[in-house]
Design a protein around this ligand. Structure first.
Ligand code: F6R
Length: 241
């Protein structure tokens, strides 16, 4: 596991965007695993800049997003499909047909999960961007006695709904369930890029990276992956130093 600590958020964002862009430059039909939330916003901004400066094209790339809320259509401003279109897909040259996000409005969610997993198996992820939840979740794989391997429907923990309520007008509007790639689906990526910012994540960063490998801290499973690059700002990394 390679751990890099950056003095500023901008440096972290530029480094992460550079790694994603380099993956596509080296392999134009690369498969990118993408995340939502506040952490990737600056990374996507930098990626758009690299695209706009002619440095990289995403015409042949494919993307898979980690997760989506159950019940929110792509037209809902808090859906992850809306977020991805707004912050990245509409601003680069990737054909939307090459972007994949679980459909949280599917009538048969089990079938949606199985189909998503089959698509992932057919197009293995070259590099997977991850954020980290305060409870150690990755994607929406919440701490539990056991974790699901593949894409599945998950009941969100109250703390996760509270953390995400900042994007909704009230916590009651935060969906109770999500579709998420499983821990197994995530760990199949060739390379994993875990980006974490802020003092409020310092303790969970330390626990996930240096504590016991346990499903109670889903991100600790990353310790078992051979190619993980962890990008931290000073605050998130302060308990490691
Ligand atoms: C988002 C996702 C989540 C977030 C995590 C951190 O697609 O899968 O695991 O990465 O909740 O969110 P932020 O970046 O908002 O702190």
């Amino acid at each position: 596991m390679q751990i890099k600590i950056f003095d500023t958020a901008e440096e972290l964002d530029a480094y992460a965007a550079g790694l994603l862009a380099n993956t596509v430059k080296a392999k134009p039909n690369a498969v990118l695993g993408l995340a939502t939330g506040s952490t990737p916003l600056g990374i996507y901004e930098q990626l758009v800049r690299l695209y706009e400066s002619g440095d990289v094209s995403f015409k042949q790339a494919t993307t898979f997003n980690l997760d989506e809320y159950v019940g929110l259509p792509a037209s809902h401003e808090q859906s992850y499909a809306y977020y991805m279109n707004q912050h990245l897909f509409s601003r680069i040259d990737i054909p939307l047909s090459q972007t994949n996000i679980p459909d949280g409005t599917a009538a048969d969610l089990q079938q949606e999960c199985a189909e998503y997993e089959a698509k992932l198996a057919a197009s293995p992820v070259d590099i997977q961007l991850l954020g980290l939840g305060h409870n150690g979740h990755i994607g929406f794989n919440e701490p539990d006695e056991a974790l699901d391997g593949g894409t599945h429907v998950v009941q969100l923990k109250p703390g996760t709904r509270e953390a995400n309520a900042r994007f909704f007008s009230s916590i009651r509007e935060v969906p109770e369930r999500a579709v998420t790639m499983g821990a197994g689906s995530i760990l199949k990526a060739n390379t994993i890029l875990l980006a974490v910012r802020g003092a409020d994540k310092a303790a969970i960063v330390k626990e996930a990276l240096t504590g016991p490998i346990t499903t109670k801290v889903p991100a600790s499973l990353l310790q078992t992956h051979p190619r993980v690059i962890v990008l931290l700002d000073r605050e998130a990394g302060r308990m490691l130093e």
